[in-house]
Structure formats: C-alpha cells, structure tokens
Design a protein around this ligand. Structure first.
Ligand code: TYD
Length: 139
C-alpha cells in the first residue's frame, strides 16, 4: 500500500553559471516515469488552495520553478508537508495519495509532470471517498 513515506524529494542537476543557472529533468531518469503531460500553476491568489484530490493512476513530479509553496500529502493515516522553494528540487508523488498545494508565495510557479493524460475519471475529489478506497486497499 502506497504511503506518504513513498513520496520523495529528488535533487535535480544544477549547473551554476555566472550567466544564470540551469537545471533539467529527463523521463525515467530524475523523473521515475514516462511523462505524458506537463502543466503549470501560476497567478495563485494569496490564501488559495490547489489540488485537493487524489489520483488513482497518475504519478506526479512537481517543481517550484519560481517562488514557494507547500505540498501536503496524506495517505489516510499520516500526513507529510513538503516545502518546495528551490527550482532544483522535484517532489515525486506516486498515485494513490491525497494531496493539496497551499501557501503559494507571490509569483510562484508550480511545474507538474504527470504519467497519464488528463482524465477526469482518474480523480478522487472527495476526501471521505478517498479514505474509504484507501481503507479497502482499492487505491
Ligand atoms: P484541477 O486538476 O482541478 O486543478 P487543481 O487540482 O490543481 O486545483 O484542474 C483545473 C481545471 O483544469 C479542470 O477544469 C481540468 C483542467 N485540466 C486539464 O484540462 N488538463 C490538465 O492536465 C489539468 C491538470 C487540468
């Protein structure tokens, strides 16, 4: 059963340069899945929450390209908070966990990679439903 202990921070390559720094990701390398989708969240008003849901199949990899935010992951028993505030760290979140993104700083940009195409039926939007699926070993 996937738990919050399966979520991990992955340090990305970082080329420090007086002209500006560079980092990168590659699928099946820093990102431990084939990338089917990339999206980004930006212009988040102060105090807003994004991503209060779980995915049944989609694995994610999140980078704070700019600014800072917290990712709260929850497996129904335990919660963990990951503060993302460097553009050379990625957060790998396997499918089957509830997650929320909170405390966005002004001008923050969250870049997200997914292992599946967008599919609304892959979402669990209700925490009670998530908790039951988790308890029954179905997610
Ligand atoms: P949603 O996943 O609900 O955002 P969050 O969980 O971060 O709050 O997505 C918001 C809207 O964007 C929703 O109407 C569906 C659409 N969307 C896509 O069409 N493709 C995508 O890859 C994503 C992530 C969202």
């Amino acid at each position: 059963m996937i738990s919050v202990n399966d979520v991990r921070i992955i340090e990305l390559p970082k080329f420090l340069d007086s002209r500006g720094n560079l980092s990168f990701v590659e699928q099946m390398n820093q990102i431990p899945f084939d990338i089917k989708r990339t999206y980004w969240i930006y212009d988040v008003p102060g105090g807003e929450l994004r991503g209060g849901h779980a995915f049944k199949q989609n694995h994610e990899f999140i980078v704070a390209l700019s600014g800072a935010f917290d990712v709260v992951v929850d497996d129904g028993e335990q919660k963990k908070v990951f503060t993302m505030n460097r553009s050379y760290y990625g957060l790998y979140i396997p499918a089957g966990l509830w997650r929320e993104m909170v405390n966005f700083s002004t001008n923050s940009v969250a870049l997200e990679f997914g292992s599946t195409h967008y599919d609304v039926s892959d979402y669990v939007h209700d925490y009670g439903e998530f908790f039951k699926l988790k308890k029954d070993g179905k997610i």
